[in-house]
Design a protein around this ligand. Structure first.
Ligand code: NAP
Ligand code: ZN
Length: 348
């Protein structure tokens, strides 16, 4: 066992504070990764504050992890000491259920082992995430990062990247399609980059007029200020696909009405509140409402290769770990351009 420094939430209302935790010694298939960078996902905030219920304290968030392999078990084939490696939202799954066999471990019927706040079958306690100095993970849940991508800016690909890439691929977004992205935060800005790279015509819906020029730079053709209903109306019946990344209560009916016949609105944003649905917004136009959860390991590796080919990373603000509580407050104000990433060298 190795004792490492970390930052933890100790209850739903107090700031995160320094904490220490134990990492297991690597088993035959495990790699120990010294964490260099960890992205800050809005899910970290939802969990730290128990907004989804079920948070077990102390809770060490963080599931956008890039680091260096410092130790490998005897049977590890994919990684050697010194390699750059990445870990996303999952660290294990049953490996045998239909979802796991299909490479969709996020839907493991036994429940995937999430990187934090899941039962840890090794320690008997809960898993602890990336706001820590190192982590030990089975190599089949460790990803390779294309060499030329900036390490800090690649960290958010492990959640914000795969969570937006996966639905865009599943709903076959591409050339000739009009695609909407709702919300320009960590997920939203990756969705704009991916949908643009896939050849779609991208329209961004935002509550923040100040993000307009950034959205255009990131790949949107048009920006709609969602607080202005008359602006939304101009796009009625016109979208093939809309990806909703909003982290708080909002009106999904306004977006369902913008879909073309047979169009799909997919939710990836996970607010804890109910989102009321007016059935006629589905019935007319035969619209579909769907959801999507991160992505499997195989697709995450595919997404990283896609990012390597298209030179896609996240636009980040690098912070020190002691700035994490301020970063959470800024997330709540939609004030991040466009992902906070923690420089783990700051955790001394
Ligand atoms: P984020 O960086 O905070 O971005 C969320 C964006 O939503 C904000 O930047 C803002 O964009 C918009 N927004 C915030 N409050 C709003 C409101 N009241 N009304 C309308 N728009 C609002 O968060 P994130 O890290 O991208 O995560 C977004 C959501 O996805 C979170 O709920 C997170 O838990 C969830 N998530 C889901 C998955 C999955 O697998 N499904 C994976 C990761 C994260 P504008 O300023 O442009 O309006
Ligand atoms: Zn996340």
């Amino acid at each position: 066992m190795l004792t490492v420094k970390a930052y933890a939430a100790h209850d739903a209302t107090s700031p995160l504070t320094p904490f220490s935790l134990c990492r297991r010694d690597p088993g035959p298939r495990d790699v120990r990764i010294q964490i260099l960078y960890c992205g800050v996902c809005h899910s970290d905030l939802h969990q730290a504050r128990n907004e989804w219920n079920g948070t077990v304290y102390p809770c060490v968030p963080g599931h956008e992890i890039i680091g260096r392999v410092v130790q490998t078990g005897g049977d590890v084939a994919k990684f050697s000491e010194g390699d750059i490696a990445a870990v996303g939202c999952m660290v294990d799954s049953c490996g045998t259920c239909p979802s796991c066999r299909d490479g969709e471990e996020q839907f493991c019927e036994q429940g995937p082992v999430f990187t934090y706040n899941s039962e840890d079958k090794y320690s008997g306690g809960m898993t602890f995430g990336g706001y820590s100095q190192s982590i030990v993970v089975d190599e089949s849940f460790v990803l390779r990062v294309p060499d030329h991508l900036d390490h800090a800016a690649a960290a958010p690909l492990l959640c914000a990247g795969i969570t937006t890439y996966s639905p865009l691929r599943r709903w076959k977004v591409g050339k000739g399609q009009k695609v909407g992205v709702v919300g320009l935060g960590g997920l939203g800005h990756m969705a704009v980059k991916f949908a643009d790279a896939l050849g779609a015509r991208v329209v961004l819906f935002t509550t923040s007029p100040s993000k307009t020029s950034d959205a255009i730079r990131l790949g949107a053709e048009e920006v709609v200020i969602s607080k202005h209903p008359e602006e939304l109306k101009k796009h009625l019946n016109s979208f093939d696909f809309i990806l909703d990344t909003v982290s708080a209560q909002h009106d999904i009916n306004a977006y369902l009405a913008l879909l073309k016949r047979n169009g799909t609105l997919t939710l990836v944003g996970a607010p804890s509140q109910q989102l009321p649905l007016t059935p006629f917004n589905l019935i007319f136009g035969r619209h579909q409402l769907a959801g999507s959860l991160i992505g499997g390991i195989r697709e995450t590796q595919e997404m990283l290769e896609f990012c390597g080919e298209h030179n896609i990373t996240s636009d980040i603000e690098l912070i020190a770990i002691h700035q994490i509580n301020e970063a959470y407050e800024r997330l709540l104000r939609s004030d991040v351009k466009y992902r906070f990433v923690i420089d783990m060298a700051s955790l001394q």
